[in-house]
Design a protein around this ligand. Sequence first.
Ligand code: SF4
Length: 212
Amino acid sequence: MEHDYQLIFEKLFNQYGPQNWWPADSPFEMMIGAILVQNTNWRNADKALRNLGNLLEPEIMFHMSETELAERIRSSGFYRLKAKRIKAFMEWFNSYHFCVENIKKRDKDTLRNELLQINGIGRETADVMLVYAFEKPVFVVDAYARRIFYRLGYDMPATYDAFRQQVEEHFPSDVQLYNEFHALLDEHAKNICRKKPLCSKCPLKDVCAQRF
Ligand code: SF4
């Protein structure tokens, strides 16, 4: 089946409209949220963010002990591990003097490689940071994207990077479009293309192989 990512994007955008992601007040909050949401849902991650309250500042988080941080982010699950990851991330962020604008000046691949070297930052977490904090045009591969494309009948590569590159080769290199695309796929997987899909209500049904 011919892959048409732009068509999928347009149909989802027409259905759901702009998503205005990431749900955060600043790039820093976004990045911490991206670590907190690993292996849990957004509700639990958001609760942990709220619990950090006005401690959610780079200087404060950098100096906070790992034990205290772990206690404050308990609601996100795996909280000791996540505290360790956030501390490792803060070391890296400190190397840029906590300046997002400086980081944005780095090119996409250099930045991805740096992020992937931080303990606990995997490809998906690195890529959401690249799109939503550093404004780089990257396609984020997650379980929802895999599910939807599989059902559409698209034979996508199994590995993360090959999947990502396949979409990127056929999609405009525009960060705003990638920002929306990931959010729209997420919305679609939660609302219509669920585990048990609601195909009769789906905006993609004309172009979907409904492969289950
Ligand atoms: S038609 Fe069904 S399987 Fe295909 S994308 Fe829509 S909900 Fe998912």
